[in-house]
Design a protein around this ligand. Sequence first.
Ligand code: SF4
Length: 331
Amino acid sequence: MKSDVLDEIAHILQEEAITPPLFELQNVSVDYKLSTTAFRALHNVSLQGYPRETLGIVGESGCGKSTLAKTLLCLQPPTQGKVLFRGQDLHQLKANSLRQKRKEMQMIFQDPDASLNPRMTVYEHIVEPLMIHGLFDKPQVLKLLDMVQLPAQVQDKYPYQLSGGQKQRVSIARALSVMPKLIVCDEPLSALDVSVSTQIIQLLQELQAENNLAYLFITHDLASLRLLAHRIAVFYLGNLVEEAPTEMLYRTPLHPYTQGLMSAVAIPDPEKERRRSRVVITGEIPSVLAPPTGCPFHTRCPMAREECRRIKPQLLEIKPKHYVACHLYKN
Ligand code: SF4
């Protein structure tokens, strides 16, 4: 293994040894009921996030990313399993305690236009969560604007008077206003152009370092995740199929689905781009209403074999801190 990957593992092991998880999903499954049928959106997922860490969640539409976020934020109860935040089972808390915990977990949405109210000024957007949690303090608004690198004058503006990047900065200021420990970022860069995305990534990194924040960063954009995430969890059809420290995952993706996702990311060096081998994923994602038997990825996997159609692979630790659910890697 390369020395920077070893350093990455050593750092994670050291952090985990001294710091308990900030949040933890323990064998969480989530079922949704429709009028005539039901389906499982998350399958027995176990995952931890640590303070000051960015955990990236990646996968195609329908992979369970949003259900995971909603379950963690207590907007969706798990059908099975537990969701712990700072050691407490969130879904067992009484309303008052849950309200206190919610203050510590905020969210930034994909589309700032949809998450900001067109009839409210920037000032009103930032003040609202402070009021809800009894923390209103006028100078705090200017401090928050400064933290997200917006000038004080924008406080009187309405969302339509702001650029896409400025709107996302207002969303970040709003999330930061109650001094959370965790921010769930749901595709926050997908509505922005590349240069603005780069600025927002830099801002999120600075805010994390200054405020000891943890992020759960949901995206389908593996290129930006490499800049931000310390660890990445790959989901397919509601199943956690691979989890590893970021550099390890980019250099040695093990699951054929992850290899396919990585193959779709362009390498800036034309020579390396020309020489690399690719795993091409073909076919459509199966419907969650009729998931495949055995390995959920077998209908699209170029390495599928007979047992893959019958037996669902378990998530196993194949190398230190590198977990994969695939029959190709059995201990
Ligand atoms: Fe492919 Fe089989 Fe591995 Fe599933 S278990 S990813 S079908 S090789």
